[in-house]
Design a protein around this ligand. Structure first.
Ligand code: NAD
Length: 473
């Protein structure tokens, strides 16, 4: 077992002083792999002070220099991709073969995409005699979850660095190890002291102390909706900017009479099962026209049963364990709720084959005959659980799609581009994937409704960290 007893504050690895620590387990076998010491409240405030002191100089650093450092971070992430992928596989449980491309190479590219965006801070807009200039907002508190841990960290740190902000990162207590490697990379490439600080700990007290500090100008939070609400309330006392990236219950409308129904259903099933369903954008509500419904359910069952659940180190594994026993229990409770509500269990469920009993596993689970008023259709499950629902016509499909507290992602599959775009425009969500369109690091990412109010990635991701100033001649 590894012991990490230091935090990265003001450019130095300093001993953690709370006297408490987090035990990190490997959810594939529930063995403790590391102990990570947590920050005291004084150290949270020290980290904010360091970021506050570093801000004037860093915010004036020329864009080319910020850009150079961002490129160097991206390059070193790529060099260390195997080490990062192994650590994420161990602490999260995602199969190793996916960890490298999805959890490390993608984020390294995402980091690199901000190198050229640093220059956008120098843009000046002229409106008559007025000049509008862009300035970094200041000290940022960055609080991240465990499901795509490095991706979430980069989604906040990269634009903050590009904008000229300074920051304190508090990663998830479930996956704190990749954040330590990330801090080592920033240290090694020479990010000036105080610009980036890493503290470890639980949401309460460490996260809450961080976001309530009066020297923090902005909080960027990715996580569950209830935590986002609490964070907004606490941050309101000091009128901070709060960017929230929260949960989802995303719909996938499969239009009527597709000749390639099988391709569409396969895409939908795979989307829900990747990372064992622990994806905020997962298309967990599949909406199928009543004339295609029975065939779609059969296809979904066949595809789901074809994906192997098991050891994340084996090359043919598609679903590793859930991130923790707690998460496994939450998903089991949700499956039980679906059974109690009378949804039809098509495959999966509560039982596990004997060889999976030692880890936090859940088998791919499909419910058919789900009504959109059921809890399994309304609440985020965050596990490999798909609900398939019937619709009568396009208007009905859109009505069900929008009848949700959430609005993060969505998808449409259609043979006709005009139909797809018409439907896409009517869905109240920040993302619509058409015919399997993929995530892009260049596009804005974020939610409507209870899925949040922020945007990450692309130019919109940078703008979150910017104040605009009007200079009136
Ligand atoms: P979580 O809300 O439990 O925790 C997220 C982070 O917030 C952790 O670092 C945690 O320590 C911290 N935290 C929790 N309560 C806090 C508080 N009161 N004050 C300060 N910090 C606090 O979420 P999770 O279980 O880590 O992640 C899963 C959730 O994240 C899901 O709901 C998922 O949909 C959501 N998510 C959203 C996106 C997105 O971009 N919209 C991306 C990934 C995950």
């Amino acid at each position: 077992m590894q012991v990490y007893d230091q935090l990265y504050i003001n450019g130095i690895w300093a001993p953690a002083q709370s006297g408490n620590s987090i035990r990190v387990s490997n959810p594939a076998n529930n063995e403790i792999i590391a102990e990570v010491a947590t920050a005291s409240i004084d150290q949270v405030n020290e980290a904010v002070d360091a970021a506050h002191q570093a801000f004037p100089e860093w915010s004036e650093t020329p864009a080319e220099e910020r850009s150079r450092l961002i490129k160097a971070i991206a390059n070193l992430m790529m060099e260390r991709r195997q080490q990062l992928a192994h650590v994420i596989c161990e602490e999260l449980g995602m199969p190793l073969k996916f960890c490298e491309p999805v959890q490390v190479v993608g984020p390294a590219q995402g980091m690199g995409s901000y190198a050229s965006r640093a220059q956008r801070m120098d843009l000046v807009e002229k409106i008559g005699a007025v000049q509008v200039v862009r300035e970094p907002i200041g000290v940022c508190a960055l609080i991240t979850p465990w499901n795509y841990p490095l991706h979430q960290i980069v989604g906040k740190c990269a634009p903050a660095l590009a904008a000229g902000c300074t920051m304190v990162l508090k990663p998830s207590e479930i996956t704190p190890l990749n954040a330590i490697l990330f801090a080592e990379i920033l240290d090694e490439v020479g990010v000036p002291k105080g610009v980036f600080n890493l503290i470890q700990g639980m949401g309460t007290p460490v996260g809450e102390a961080l976001l309530q500090n009066s020297k923090v100008d902005m909080v960027s939070f990715t996580g569950s909706t209830p935590a986002g609400v609490r964070i907004s309330e606490l941050a309101a006392a000091t009128v901070k900017r709060v960017c929230l990236e929260l949960g989802g219950k995303s719909p996938f409308i499969i239009t009527e009479g597709l000749p390639d129904l099988s391709t569409a259903v396969k895409y939908g099933v795979k989307d829900v099962l990747i990372n064992s369903g622990q994806t905020c954008t997962a298309l967990t509500r599949m909406l199928v026209h009543e004339s295609d419904y029975d065939e779609a359910v059969q296809l979904a069952q066949q595809f789901a049963e074809g994906y192997k659940v098991g050891n994340p180190l084996e090359s043919d594994t598609f679903l590793g364990p859930m991130s923790s026993c707690l998460q496994q229990q939450r998903v089991r409770d949700a499956i039980q709720t679906g059974l109690n509500e009378g949804a039809r269990l098509v495959t999966g469920g509560l039982d596990l084959p004997a060889h999976l009993e030692a880890g936090a596993y859940i088998c791919p689970t499909i419910f058919a005959d789900v009504d959109n008023s059921m809890r399994i259709a309304r609440e985020e499950i965050f596990g490999p659980v798909l609900c398939i629902m019937r619709y009568r016509d396009e208007a009905h499909a859109i009505e069900i799609a929008n009848d949700s507290d959430y609005g993060l992602s969505s998808a449409v599959w259609s043979n006709n581009n005009d139909d797809a775009v018409r439907i896409a425009k009517r869905i109240r969500a920040g993302l619509v994937h058409v015919n399997g369109g993929q995530f892009s690091y260049e596009a804005p990412f974020g939610g409507y409704k209870k899925s949040g109010n922020g945007r990450e990635w692309g130019d919109a991701g940078l703008d979150e960290y910017v104040e605009t100033k009007a200079i009136l001649f």
